[in-house]
Structure formats: structure tokens, C-alpha cells
Write a protein that binds this ligand. Structure first.
Ligand code: C5P
Length: 240
């Protein structure tokens, strides 16, 4: 399977055609961006760690009955995925207050959110991904009511599966972002990625941050931290 044309790139990966109309290739890069701004740093092994982490999590979700975009791992930094028409929404679930929720609403970081919250953001770089609600999504045609209801149900199901996975490994799944897409037959799939770059994970006892917030805060050891998170959930990413 060889990469052909780069269709688009986001902060962590480039997406290529594969020669098969129904499949695309995710190529995870080593670029680390602290924020939603130009200018990245190169971190050795970041692409490989994110690629393998994402594949591992998506396989866990598939086993739990969630349809994902994943087909198979192609190499250290590449995964073959279904070609989807992506819904331009970021779906965020929060179990504990952090990040933009604290900034927007003045909530203290670490406040438990019960029940977990569900937020929708429009994927739009120029507008800096503004928050939207279900009414706006429907009226502006970002997703149908049926898709929104399925997206919400799947996003919460992911929360049940992954909160337990990380809890068993001594970590707290604080929040995460998911994206969904539709295949050529109109079926909904969980797409894009789930990596330590797209979620917040804290150590359950010490509440030390183990995710991309370390990098956003200028801390060292981001790759070591991701490898430790992986080790705790049963994925060996150490170099042999
Ligand atoms: O920044 P905010 O607190 O809204 O982020 C919520 C969650 O969504 C975090 O886990 C963050 O890493 C993730 N996120 C993301 N990509 C974005 C925005 C947020 O992965 N563009």
C-alpha cells in the first residue's frame, strides 16, 4: 500500500490517498504544536507513539462494539483507515473540569462534572473552532438530528469504555475530543484519532498531568510520559 496524494493535514498527521478508493492512509508526523497556532517543534518518536497508541485504543473501542475508521497498522507511523466523509464537528466529553471549560466559565480546575458534559465545536481554523449546539448543527446542516443523536450516544459509550480502561491503570480520563464521519453507504464511524494529544489524562493519586498539557505548560518528558501511559494500559512502546 503506497501513499499517493496528500489530501489534508492536521496538527498531528497527514492524510493520503492509498490507491484504493475506500481507504486512506494516516501518516502521523513528529510535529508538536502547543496551541492552535502555527509553529511546531519536532519531537523524536512522537509520530510512532501517537500512531500505535491510536491503533491500540481504536481496537479496544472496536472490541466494545464501536465502529471505527481503523483498518490496519501499515508501519510505525502509518495506519490504513476507511475513507469517510467527515462531519465538521469536534465532540468533547468532560469528566473533570480543565482547559477551555475553566477559562470560559470560571470553574476551578479539577472540579468533578457529574454527569459528564458533552460539547460540540465547529471545526473551523479561521474561526478557532467555535462552540455550537445541536440546534445550530441542524439548522446549518453540519449534521442531521439522527446523526447527532448517534454521535452523542457513541461519544458517551467511548467514555464508559475508556474511563474504565484508564481507571484500571491508575489514571483519570479528564476529557477528550472525538470526530465522526460517514462512509459511502451512510454508516457512521468514529474517525480521526484518540491519542494523548486529544485527551487529558491525570494520575489518579497525584493528579500529575500525563497528556499534551505537559507540552502546553512547557514541561519536558512528553514522549516518556506518553510511553508510560501506554505501558500502564498494556501497550509496550519502549524501544527494544
Ligand atoms: O481545550 P479544551 O479544554 O476545550 O479541550 C478539551 C479536550 O479536547 C482536550 O482533551 C483537548 O486535548 C481536546 N481537543 C483536541 N483538539 C482540539 C480541541 C480540543 O484534541 N482542536
Amino acid at each position: 500500500m503506497t501513499k499517493r496524494v496528500e489530501l489534508y493535514r492536521d496538527q498531528s498527521k497527514s492524510v493520503y490517498t492509498s490507491g484504493n478508493e475506500q481507504r486512506l492512509i494516516f501518516h502521523f508526523r513528529n510535529d508538536a504544536f502547543a496551541f492552535d497556532e502555527p509553529g511546531s517543534e519536532q519531537l523524536d518518536r512522537l509520530g510512532e507513539v501517537n500512531n500505535k497508541f491510536n491503533y491500540f485504543i481504536m481496537c479496544k473501542l472496536e472490541s466494545a462494539g464501536i465502529a471505527t475508521q481503523i483498518d490496519r497498522l501499515l508501519s510505525d507511523r502509518e495506519t490504513l483507515v476507511r475513507r469517510l466523509d467527515m462531519i465538521p464537528l469536534e465532540c468533547v466529553v468532560r469528566n473533570v473540569a480543565a482547559g477551555s471549560l475553566c477559562r470560559r466559565l470560571g470553574v476551578k480546575e479539577g472540579t468533578d462534572l457529574s454527569p459528564p458534559t458533552f460539547e460540540l465545536f465547529l471545526k473551523n481554523d479561521v474561526l478557532h473552532d467555535p462552540m455550537v449546539n445541536e440546534s445550530l448543527c441542524e439548522s446549518l446542516g453540519f449534521a442531521t438530528p439522527a446523526q447527532l443523536s448517534e454521535i452523542k450516544a457513541q461519544t458517551y459509550k467511548v467514555n464508559t469504555v475508556l474511563s474504565q480502561l484508564f481507571d484500571d491503570a491508575g489514571m483519570l480520563l479528564v476529557d477528550y475530543k472525538l470526530e465522526f464521519g460517514i462512509d459511502s453507504e451512510g454508516k457512521l464511524f468514529l474517525g480521526d484519532e484518540f491519542t494523548p494529544e486529544s485527551c487529558r489524562l491525570w494520575d489518579k493519586e497525584t493528579r500529575v498531568k500525563l497528556d499534551k498539557d505537559r507540552f502546553r505548560l512547557g514541561a519536558d518528558g512528553i514522549i516518556t510520559s506518553y510511553i508510560e501511559v501506554a505501558r500502564r494500559i498494556g501497550l509496550d512502546l519502549s524501544e527494544h
